[in-house]
Design a protein around this ligand. Structure first.
Ligand code: GAL
Length: 676
């Protein structure tokens, strides 16, 4: 992270504001400011997708409308985050310069339309993006309302045009040096797929080369690199014109398409857009809320543990969910305060005012088509504004955690491109999330960190399906254990190196077999109705989907549990090996959630990590500033929840505890403060 500091005191509250849709309605623009003040809005994001308003034709440029709005907002004490408008292009550009439009993976160029669909290699697009960024930045530089830059919008997607193909080849050449090195890494002798030169390499067109996992992995890495390069081109301009303003871009949940760890070092602060499917019939509220905590932890980890910004969230409802159910009364507060509890210094929305027409006219907004302040959603937003003001001192506070999940995009991509196992049940994301739920439900804070993060502050590392090993990782993991750390890894650990070549000599590779004290000799993929089982500490748990056959290496490997049935009955499924002051646990199969919980509770106890007894859907999170500790209690459950609260804690916002006990009705939130 570059870390130009954000100059903002307290928690941000506001969101995407598109006054350009209402420039012919001055009464609405004036009403917006009145309503923002009523709702406790102190910062809005302008300019997302405003390119055609700035530049309706190639040779025009209008920025007065923006400056007038910024002046009016600032006069009302409202700050501005300004987006570069490059997330969607005006029609004139696509029609005149067709190369700015992406080529899809079937090799056919898109037509004009939608958004986020520019070619990131196109020299014309790059030039036009640089021009508009430069013009807008020059016009607003020094404006007192301006606090931060928001680059484009939700970067994502790949392009298969000739420019991108050329850039891919150059990127590969840079990475591998020689075509022989690439051929080795991609194991291209298989099926006669050897390349004689980099010019023969094509991207993974859907009707082309889709059979090489290493190529697919490199294409994804390249897509991150070209996206980052495109983003950096904007950053360079902004740094030159407004060196004291931080830059961010809004990331998307657990997005598959880009390696956010690689993009983060270019930014000053992480921000992201959160749209959980609350009240779904597919998951319990407790699980949705635990998954939301996972998302926040992931974003926090991408920023190295620093606070992040919740850049978008839906007040009321979204319009693109499979079923766009209304947020029930109170859920807005609970979901928004959870973001703050997990490290956000803001609650921002998409969108301030519902647009009158087009694609998102029915997406939730603070201000409804009906207008005014009497709408249910507006009232809930205004109440939240009061709560955010009451807990503003938490700004900048970090979230202490004794445990961390190690998550790596390359590993995720590699697991998801394995040709083998069963596509339907690999469920990489779901598996990670189900482990994380156990932490949330037991009141154990856990970070989600990159492979190259500092492990030394943690007592426990969790590595679900950590299949791909990058250079140096296994050595760092071994040091962590020797120095007293505990690690829990699962089936699929360490099968391949960073290019997806299998380790020879047994899995897991790179010395991890010695660390964990096991070899995984085979992996059995079960049919969806197949079950095995195991017994851990007298309790029986079901196993489904995957069973690795484990061979203990030497007497130091303790077998904690064995398979119950099949030809590998009575062979190990859970093992532990002590090394130095620490220990490495290996789980060879997919256990039912209760089994993961039983195992983790045993490991928590060994690590001295305290757990809490929380009601279904209840969450407790902690943030700490230099002198103060903030406890957030949230009830996402359908029933009242009781929490034990420190006696000397001061109530900051919410319900007052009685004699160390706090009772929260569904969706209620309480924040307390304790001096450290
Ligand atoms: C986000 C996007 C916004 C808006 C929102 C709707 O992904 O950045 O512009 O479309 O979704 O939920």
């Amino acid at each position: 992270m570059n870390e130009v500091k954000l100059d903002f005191s307290g928690l941000m509250h506001g969101g995407d504001y598109n006054p350009e849709q209402w420039l012919d309605c001055p009464e609405i623009l004036a009403e917006d400011i009145r309503l923002m003040q009523k709702a406790g809005v102190n910062c809005v994001t302008l300019g997302v997708f405003s390119w055609a308003t700035y530049q309706p034709t190639e040779n025009e440029f209008h920025v007065d409308w923006l400056l007038e709005r910024m002046d009016a907002l600032w006069a009302a004490g409202i700050h501005v985050i300004l987006a570069t408008p490059t997330g969607a292009r005006p029609a004139w550009m696509d029609l005149k310069y067709t190369e700015t439009m992406r080529v899809a993976k079937n090799g056919v160029r898109n037509h004009h339309g939608l958004r986020h669909n520019h070619c990131m290699s196109s020299p014309v697009f790059r030039q036009k993006a640089a021009d508009i960024t430069e013009k807008v930045a020059t016009a607003v530089a020094g404006h007192p309302a301006l606090r931060m830059w928001h680059l484009s919008n939700e970067y994502g997607g790949d392009c298969f045009c000739p420019h991108c193909v050329q850039n891919f080849r150059s990127w590969l050449k840079q990475k591998y040096g020689t075509i022989d090195a690439l051929n080795h890494a991609w194991w291209s002798t298989f099926w006669s797929h050897r390349f004689a030169s980099f010019d023969e390499v094509e991207p993974p067109y859907e009707n082309g080369e889709t059979s090489m996992p290493a190529l697919i992995l490199d294409w994804k890495r390249f897509t991150t690199a070209i996206t980052t390069d495109c983003m950096q081109a904007e950053i360079d301009i902004l740094r030159r014109i407004t060196p004291n303003l931080p830059v961010t871009t809004n990331f998307m949940v657990f997005f598959e398409g880009l390696d956010y760890h690689a993009m983060a070092p270019h930014l000053d602060m992480i921000s992201w857009d959160s749209y959980p499917l609350w009240h779904t019939d597919a998951q319990t509220a407790a699980d949705v809320a635990a998954d939301a905590a996972f998302d926040h932890a992931l974003m926090r980890g991408i920023g190295g543990g620093k606070p992040f910004l919740l850049m978008e969230s839906a007040p009321g409802l979204a319009n693109w969910h499979p079923y766009n159910k209304l947020r029930r009364p109170g859920m807005h507060r609970c979901a928004s305060m959870q973001a703050v509890a997990c490290g956000s210094d803001s609650v921002q929305y998409f969108q301030w005012r519902k647009s009158r027409g087009s694609f998102e006219q029915y997406h939730g907004a603070v201000v409804d088509h009906a207008g005014g302040e009497n709408h249910r959603v507006f009232k809930e937003v205004a109440q939240l504004g009061e709560m955010l003001a009451q807990v503003g001192a938490v700004q900048g506070g970090e979230t202490p955690a004794q445990a961390a999940f190690v998550f790596d995009w390359d590993n995720r991509w590699a697991v998801e491109s394995i040709v083998g196992l069963a596509k339907e049940t690999v469920k990489y994301e779901e598996t990670l999330r189900s482990f994380y739920r156990t932490f949330v439900q037991n009141g154990v804070a856990a970070d989600i960190i990159a492979e190259n993060a500092d492990f030394s502050g943690y007592k426990l590392l969790v590595l679900p399906l950590h299949y791909l090993l990058k250079p140096g990782f296994s050595t760092r993991l071994s040091h962590f254990v020797k120095n007293g750390g505990r690690v829990l890894a699962t089936y699929l650990l360490g099968y391949v190196d960073a290019t997806t070549l299998c380790h020879l000599g047994g899995f897991p590779g790179e010395g991890l077999a010695e660390l964990f004290g096991v070899n995984a000799t085979e992996i059995d993929t079960l049919y969806p109705t197949d079950r095995n089982a195991t017994t851990l500490d007298g309790q029986r748990f079901e196993i489904k989907d995957y069973c690795e056959i484990l061979q203990p290496l030497g007497d130091e490997t303790q077998v904690l549990a064995q398979y119950e049935s099949d030809f590998y009955a009575n062979t190990p499924v859970i093992t532990r090996k002590q090394t130095g002051a620490g220990a490495a646990y290996y789980l060879g199969a997919r256990l039912e959630q209760a089994g993961n919980e039983a195992l983790l509770r045993q490991i928590f106890a060994e690590c001295g990590i305290e757990t809490e007894t929380l009601a279904d859907g209840a969450q407790h999170h902690v943030r700490q500033t230099e002198g103060e500790r903030f406890d957030f209690y949230l009830n996402f459950g359908a029933e009242p929840a009781a929490f034990a609260v420190e006696k000397d804690a001061t109530l900051l916002s919410g319900v007052a505890p009685q004699n160390g006990c706090l009772q929260l009705a569904p969706y209620e939130v309480t924040v307390t403060k304790t001096a450290l």
